[in-house]
Design a protein around this ligand. Sequence first.
Ligand code: HEC
Length: 121
Amino acid sequence: MQERVFQELFIFKDACDMIPSVKAALLAVALAGMGATTCAAQTPSVEHGEKLFTDPTLGGAFGTKTCGSCHQDGAGVEFSSEKPNLPKTINMCITRGLRGTPLPMESVEMKSLLLYHESLK
Ligand code: HEC
């Protein structure tokens, strides 16, 4: 799907050079296509949370550590969902452990991580 949009962009390239508005329109279509691809994978789930737990870029982090580096297969966080402020604790580990940026409370990433932590009980 995404590839097809880019092929179309390529075909229209010459015309686009002459008519900037067409170029803008095609770009918008391409971006919308990419957006749709991203959204398709964005429903909170345990599986998504588990993936993020070993994602070195979580929270825009440096990429040297993952949650799993310190909590291998969830070690040490098994009962974290029974404690208050789990989202806050997760964000604390993102900032201090991964040196990333805290996740918004309502984000799919945070919701998925919460689901994953709950699943470890
Ligand atoms: C550099 C090591 C390190 C990294 C990386 C790390 N943590 Fe932690 N985490 C800790 C330490 C240390 C504690 C506090 C020790 C404890 O209470 O067991 C902790 C505690 C926690 C707790 C509270 C556990 C409880 O039951 O009280 C949660 C939840 C947690 N981390 C989640 C995460 C998540 C999610 C990530 C990835 C974003 C992460 N951690 C990355 C070291 C780390």
